[in-house]
Design a binder for this molecule. Structure first.
Ligand code: BTN
Length: 214
């Protein structure tokens, strides 16, 4: 995939969407910082200089692509830096229960627009719910090497039929009780089913969850 770099951009995700609309795929858009980084569910994504922010458009994906990308990041952090992260279903990468990376996947025609943000080389000690690699390891990492590793892992995992098993093993909050907004009550996180939905239980009934969890 061809890489296109920006010193600063509103959002690589918005840019990638414009390219997807033109039918352009297989390019990676990388920005040093974003002035209007987009998160899921209408949230913004804090994107100061130092972090890794990129989006790409591809037609090679599967039904559980979001989970696949989550594992790709989880594995890259472990392989390159020995970081033990957990994946909060469907796609937040947590370390010490704080967010180290986020993923957004959006469909357009037969394409998927994937945006990944990793909190790498800025200080986030004062920011609630965010953890950076720099604050964890006390050194800065090479954003290009991390990006390459994530892409390499995605390309391998998209053909791997063990993705769901790997996901369950590295999933956050398994066996724990959490408030599940989709059913409006506390329930125990049991795992995921063969389609990648979250399975939770309130002791009487199992529920299949398709939205996020709190
Ligand atoms: C989330 O966890 O809510 C998803 C966050 C996705 C952030 C990335 S950073 C690169 C790309 N550009 C954006 O504006 N958003 C995604």
């Amino acid at each position: 995939m061809k890489k296109i770099y920006f010193e600063e951009i509103l959002s690589t995700q918005l840019y990638a969407k414009e390219r997807a609309i033109l039918g352009i795929k297989d390019e990676i858009y990388i920005a040093k910082k974003q002035s209007s980084g987009i998160g899921r569910n209408g949230h913004s994504w804090f994107s100061p200089e130092g972090g890794l922010y990129f989006s790409f458009v591809t037609d090679i994906y599967n039904d559980i692509y979001t989970l696949t990308v989550g594992i790709a990041i989880h594995k890259a952090l472990k392989e390159l830096y020995g970081i033990e992260s957990k994946i909060k279903w469907p796609n937040d990468i947590l370390v010490d229960n704080k967010k180290m990376a986020g993923i957004i996947c959006e469909r357009f025609d037969n394409l998927v627009i994937v945006g990944i943000g990793v909190n790498t080389n800025f200080n986030a000690n004062e920011i609630e719910n965010i953890i950076t690699i720099k604050s964890l390891l006390n050194f800065e990492v090479n954003n290009d090497i991390l990006l390459e590793k994530i892409i390499e892992n995605i390309q391998k995992l998209v053909y791997d039929n063990k993705v769901l098993t790997i996901f369950e093993k590295d999933m956050a909050f398994i066996g724990e009780k959490r408030y599940i907004s989709q059913i409006g009550k506390m329930a125990t996180i049991k795992g995921i089913d063969e389609a990648g939905f979250l399975i939770v239980s309130d002791e009487c009934v199992d529920y299949k969850i398709s939205g996020g969890i709190i």
